[in-house]
Design a protein around this ligand. Structure first.
Ligand SMILES: [Cu+2]
Length: 363
């Protein structure tokens, strides 16, 4: 007996109007890169700077962090049919700044695949016929050549199918792995596959899923216009942006707004780091990783009360947090220039009554 399900190919939150974002007083976000000092107008760009911003194919590239598949609720091996589509799309890094993204299913990170150890997956990868490059997919959860990449390398308009068994548990990266894989990952081609242990994961009130990665472009951070990809900057590992879910400051008052949770909820966060090059020093300002699953290892004893945790490129870490007081929890890479200047910030806003015994802002 097998049941199957597909991941919706185009499920988006409402486009939150990236172009309408306004930096408000008391904003939860860090300051953007100083747009006043660095921005060039498209008129100036005609004198040898960037090309004007392109019209976008997608209103939004940032995946909704609450878009997480439901926890495993089955106890026998199951078969899944999963479809993913590789796409090449123009979208905004931040308002007025466009970039040629590559994606799985038009979002960064790509959709989370969630199965149980022992399940089998038939994975169908399709390449949008408007694409210009070959793509494939390498799952770190898969025993097999290239983690599936060798048998899924496809040209625009083609599709390929593989079947694999999820033999070992954990949460893992998947990514494009063509020869220019660093470029493709940097352009957005990564996501997570969660293989739950047979006994499942501890119950929590909420789960969130984020992806961190770097963009290497021909422009300066915050410079208006269309940013082409910069292979030299990538080789030098000097990114223009370090993004959460493919955009700069997407989940702050300066973007789509914070992700809200209710005081007292226990929240599991999956933090996928596509890279391609930078280690994340993952930290939640105003909180602690109460339970931390290092390197996506979900079966060893987790670490406790971790302040800042390394998450290597090509890794998904997971953490559970408690939320005993209201206010913002700022998700950052504690290499803080990436936060203050390059976009790597997202906010979880805890809503609820003050808890002055734990934190009193006005004693
Ligand atoms: Cu690719």
């Amino acid at each position: 007996m097998s049941q199957s399900h597909s991941i919706p190919r185009r499920t988006f939150m409402k486009a939150a109007g990236a172009g309408a974002a306004v930096l408000t007083a008391g904003c939860l976000g860090a300051p953007r890169a100083d747009a006043g000092a660095q921005a060039q107008t498209t008129t100036e760009a005609a004198d040898g700077g960037l090309d004007p911003a392109k019209s976008v194919d997608l209103d939004r590239i940032a995946a909704d962090p609450t878009d997480v598949p439901d926890p495993v609720d089955w106890t026998e091996p199951r078969h899944h049919e999963i479809e993913l589509e590789t796409t090449e799309r123009v979208a905004e890094i931040e308002p007025g700044v466009t970039f040629d993204y590559m994606t799985f299913n038009d979002r960064v990170p790509g959709p989370m695949v969630r199965v149980r150890r022992g399940d089998t997956v038939t994975l169908r990868l399709t390449s949008d016929e408007g694409n210009s490059l070959p793509h494939n997919i390498d799952f770190h959860a898969v025993y097999g050549p290239g983690g599936g990449a060798d048998d899924t390398t496809i040209a625009p308009g083609e599709s390929a199918e593989i079947q694999f068994k999820a033999t070992y548990p954990g949460v893992f990266i998947y990514h494009c792995a063509v020869p220019n894989m660093d470029h493709h990952i940097s352009a957005g081609m990564f996501g997570a596959i969660l293989v739950e242990p047979e006994d499942g994961l501890p119950e929590v009130d909420r789960e969130l899923y984020f992806g961190q990665h770097e963009l290497y472009t021909t422009g300066d951070t915050g410079e208006k216009g269309h940013h082409a990809f910069d292979m030299d900057a990538m080789a030098a590992e000097e990114p223009t942006y370090v993004c959460l879910n493919g955009e700069a400051y997407a989940f702050t008052g300066d973007g789509y707004g914070p992700v809200t949770v209710q005081k007292g909820e226990r929240v599991r966060i999956f933090h996928s780091v596509g890279g391609p090059n930078l280690m994340s020093s993952w930290h939640g300002i105003g909180n602690v990783w109460e339970t931390f699953y290092r390197d996506g290892d979900l079966v060893s004893d987790p670490d406790r009360y971790v302040e800042t945790a390394p998450v290597a490129p090509g890794t998904v870490a997971a953490a559970e947090i408690d939320t005993p007081v209201p206010g913002p929890i700022k998700l950052v890479d504690h290499a803080l220039s990436r936060v203050a200047r390059k976009g790597m910030l997202g906010v979880i806003q805890v809503e609820g009554e003050e808890e002055p015994e734990i934190f009193n802002p006005d004693p």
